[in-house]
Design a protein. Structure first.
Length: 547
């Protein structure tokens, strides 16, 4: 009797044997329904054999083998095994966790109805002329064959995306598929728009967690069947099977969002490199502020370093960086910063105020006994959200009502300490009542469609001042944005996290890059009590290697 070895999503690092009289050799990599305990579950066939070391009476028969979906390929299974061994995680959980939720269920799924009718004729956006730096980098990358890891270090606005588009076009012309990873969901609409305009005849799908189950499964299958030529996705997309994969691009490779923080704690950036090695295709890691490990690997010739040192738009240059003293107590803005915002309003230019804290204030303090509001589920502090009248933990998601009195001493005078985006927005509205303000953080953008509304509002000049967190720090191109101001940055200098300085420098370099990306000069103002710190000295010079 043929025996199949099945991977199951259970916390045991082993495979399970089942009888399968109708199994075929090409069923390896397919889903199968099997009994497990008193229930039936979905597993994946990883091997066939003629006998088993377990007692015959304990070998149960498998159920249906689903052949409606192509099996995983050899390279996909090799990636799963590597991931399980390297990250010390059960193989079955790795394998089943890579499937869309709709394909992990016992009941069969029904593909979503596709819109009928004739789509409008595609309008292809022509390629802009390349700068000399872009041309040299592109020629080097186009000549790459086999597995080669590249680190593309380009200053903000240097045209890294145009380099990606050139290489994608080259791969598509050879009949290959391309995988592009981005760190945040809110970056996908803008890239979808650019990719769709450049390659209107290519099938493009995006994969991320905000898709419905059926739609996500349908797009995943289009990639697995080779129908989708270009796949754009967040970290989980690194596992998407693509039979004709010819190029992998990891944009903003330094971003910590590529690291899964629960369950299988993998790095999508690192797995992209492993997948490129298994598939024998080039992998491009792009960033204006590469991670320390990627920079080190490039310095050791493990990666090939390519650089774009100038902005791509003629006449555009990196913004001037000015370090300002911190404001008076209980104020968010110093006088020079307010003057700079006033000048932009008068010139009808846009400004961005960056503070990496959501909510009204990061701490609720009792000024009598020193009690602070802490999360009951984890060790983080609760953040004050004044409009919603509650405390929220941004680490685990716990919510609590704002207490009327101190739980420790009964004092009724509880004080919000520090600034969050809501507090900063309120101060700006009081100072500039005629200005059109827009706050952008995870509290104001609850749906993916909200970001498209924000982009439209900014690009059509319906916004004067943006207030936002790191969601606005990277990947966005707003032509009329000439001033960026960063608040409350010194806290990272005191953090116990050994990467805090690296992440602060990266955030500041990235958010500075939003200013002056076109012909109007940009300015970046940073309020700090430590202007002599080496981090800020490198920031003023836009000097990543020095940092």
């Amino acid at each position: 009797m043929p025996i199949i070895e099945v991977a199951l999503d259970v916390p045991l690092n082993r495979l399970f044997d089942y009888e399968a009289p109708d199994v075929l050799p090409d069923d390896i990599g397919r889903r199968v329904k099997v009994p497990f305990g008193k229930r039936e579950v979905v597993g994946l066939i990883l091997g066939l054999k003629s006998d088993t070391s377990h007692p015959a009476e304990k070998i149960r028969p498998a159920g249906d083998i689903w052949r409606d979906v192509p099996p995983f390929g050899t390279e996909d299974l090799e990636l799963f095994r590597f991931c399980s061994q390297y990250y010390r995680y059960p193989l079955g959980s790795v394998v089943l966790g890579s499937l869309p939720p709709a394909l992990r269920k016992i009941t069969g799924w029904v593909p979503p109805k596709r819109r009928t009718g004739t789509p409008p004729p595609p309008l292809e956006t022509p390629s802009p002329p390349l700068t000399e730096e872009q041309r040299q980098v592109t020629d080097c990358l186009k000549s790459a064959r086999g597995f080669l890891p590249f680190l593309l270090h380009g200053v903000t606005g240097s045209g890294k995306t145009e380099v990606y588009l050139q290489l994608i076009g080259e791969a598509l012309s050879r009949g290959q598929q391309v995988l592009v990873l981005v760190p945040e969901i809110n970056l996908t609409p803008q890239l979808e728009h650019r990719f769709g305009n450049r390659f209107p005849h290519a099938k493009l799908v995006s994969l991320h967690s905000q898709l419905g189950e059926k739609e996500r499964a349908a797009r995943w299958l289009e990639a697995q069947q080779g129908l989708a030529q270009l796949v754009l996705g967040t970290r989980l997309a690194v596992f998407t099977p693509m039979p004709r994969l010819g190029l992998i691009i990891v944009d903003e490779e330094h971003d910590p969002s590529y690291k899964q923080q629960e369950g299988l704690r993998y790095s999508a950036r690192d797995l992209a490199l492993v997948r490129g090695r298994f598939r024998h295709v080039p992998v491009i890691l792009g960033s204006a502020t590469p991670s320390m490990e990627s920079w080190h690997n490039a310095s050791q010739d493990r990666y090939r370093l390519l650089e774009l040192t100038h902005r791509a738009v003629r006449g555009a240059r990196l913004p001037e960086v000015r370090l300002l003293p911190p404001p008076a107590r209980d104020e968010a803005f110093s006088v020079p910063l307010l003057d700079a915002l006033e000048k932009r309003l008068q010139r009808q230019e846009q400004s961005l105020v960056f503070i990496n804290r959501r909510g009204h204030a990061p701490v609720l303090l009792c000024d009598q006994c020193g009690w602070t509001a802490g999360c009951e589920r984890c060790s983080a502090r609760m953040v004050v959200h004044l409009r919603a009248r509650h405390l929220r933990c941004h680490h685990c998601g716990e919510n609590q009502s704002i207490p009327q009195r101190c739980p420790a001493c009964g004092n009724s005078h509880l004080v919000p300490i520090g600034e969050g985006t809501q507090n900063v927005e309120a101060q700006l509205r009081a100072r500039f009542p005629e200005a059109r303000l827009l706050r952008v953080d995870r509290d104001s953008l609850t749906k993916r469609e909200d970001w498209e509304d924000v982009r439209q509002a900014v690009e059509t000049l319906q916004v004067d001042i943006l207030v936002g967190t790191q969601m606005l720090a990277k990947g966005h191109d707003f032509p009329r944005l000439t001033l960026v101001a960063a608040l409350q940055v010194d806290g990272a200098l005191y953090s116990s996290d050994f990467r805090a300085g690296e992440r602060l420098f990266s955030q500041l370099m990235q958010v500075a890059g939003r200013a002056g990306r076109h012909n109007q000069p940009g300015e970046f103002l940073v309020q700090t009590a430590h202007p002599e710190h080496p981090l800020f000295e490198a920031l003023v010079q836009h000097d990543y290697p020095r940092f």
